[in-house]
Design a protein around this ligand. Structure first.
Ligand SMILES: NC(=O)c1ccc[n+]([C@@H]2O[C@H](COP(=O)([O-])OP(=O)(O)OC[C@H]3O[C@@H](n4cnc5c(N)ncnc54)[C@H](OP(=O)(O)O)[C@@H]3O)[C@@H](O)[C@H]2O)c1
Length: 313
């Protein structure tokens, strides 16, 4: 009889109530794949947005869908043709967004090229908080914006999972970092490396010097507010969130979307920076897999702050 596992699943778009935690067969790795036992998985905005059906123009899902973009755990079996990994290896795993298999389950089969060995000094929750969030922050900061020492950089949403890592990375690079967050998170965001904090629920700030780079992780009205903050010729880098209107020509600034694609080399670089203590993983909370629906509800309701919410199967 097939070995069984618990997995969060949904069979249609809808509210968090469409998620159930079911017993399903443990998948078997094929050629070039490994079976990973998940110890900790991140819950990302994409998980609830995809479930709610907000991203159907980008991804068409095949149901049932197991949510979860990333996870940390241990290789338990390897398919044919795998020499780089072996059972027992601690790894980070990425699950393609539109695939049926996600990390909110006890096991996942993943392509070996989306699996990255973990440093010994990084725990499972910490690693899970860094995989997709670190990938997104690293690509936006290093590849898209190419932030340089001495630049003035503004991160819109410095207390979030991705924004918090951007603040840390930009400060490490020697940029002068400003970040936005709710007033209650000001000291937390300063602790990540921001030299100036703007509370989005506080008084308007009028003395911000012109910024060389602004990262917009929110879209919509937050995106609009970025333009006057940029120096002439500055760079507005945005990640997919609420829809945006590109007003770069009007303000004389460059506007670029950071294209976030799964990349094992980038995740390996993020894990190396974490092992060296340059990036400090930010864990907003830990919940059991049985509460997968409640975890997505909390994230969508804005109840999660200061890093990534982790599910432990
Ligand atoms: N492929 C891609 O393009 C890609 C990849 C990764 C992420 N993203 C997007 O990037 C965004 C952030 O992701 P995440 O994982 O970091 O989410 P997250 O951990 O849920 O963080 C969201 C943060 O937004 C902050 N926030 C809310 N309203 C704000 C406002 N008006 N001004 C400034 N900050 C505000 C909150 O700050 P407080 O806690 O201080 O209230 C919260 O911490 C999401 O929209 C996500 O969809 C896109």
């Amino acid at each position: 009889m097939a070995k069984m596992m618990r997995a969060a699943r949904y069979f249609q778009h809808g509210g968090p109530e469409v998620i159930s935690v079911d017993h399903v067969p443990v998948p078997e790795p094929d050629k070039g794949q490994v079976l990973v036992e998940i110890a900790a998985a991140g819950v990302a905005p994409l998980d609830w947005k995809m479930r709610a059906g907000l991203l159907q123009q980008y991804f068409s899902l095949h149901f049932p869908k197991i949510p979860g973009r990333d996870g940390a755990g241990r290789v338990v079996a390897c398919g044919p043709g795998i020499s780089r990994l072996a059972p027992g290896d601690r790894v980070a795993v990425m699950a393609p967004p539109a695939g049926q298999a996600g990390t909110h389950a006890e096991y996942i089969v993943a392509d070996a090229d989306l699996v990255v060995p973990l440093p010994d000094n990084l725990g499972d929750d910490a690693a899970a908080a860094l995989i997709n969030a670190g990938l997104s922050a690293w690509i936006a900061v290093m590849r898209t914006a190419q932030v340089q020492r001495g630049q003035r950089v503004l991160v819109q949403s410095g207390a979030g999972a991705v924004g918090g890592l951007m603040v840390q990375l930009c400060a490490h690079l020697g940029a002068e970092v400003t970040a936005t967050c709710r007033a209650a998170n000001a000291d937390y965001v300063r602790g990540l490396g921001a030299s100036r904090v703007i509370a989005y629920d506080g008084p308007a700030v009028t003395d911000l010097p012109p910024q060389d780079v602004v990262f917009d992780l929110m879209g919509g009205a937050v995106h609009d507010a970025c333009y006057p903050m940029l120096a002439p010729g500055g760079h507005l880098v945005w990640l997919a969130a609420a829809p945006i209107t590109d007003r770069g020509a009007e303000f004389g600034v460059r506007v670029t979307r950071a294209m976030i694609t799964d990349d094992a080399g980038v995740v390996a670089e993020v894990m190396k920076l974490a092992a060296q203590g340059v990036l400090k993983p930010q864990i907003a909370g830990v919940m059991p897999l049985d509460q997968a629906a409640e975890a997505q509800r909390k994230l969508a309701a804005g109840e999660i702050t200061r890093g990534r919410l982790i599910l432990r199967p």
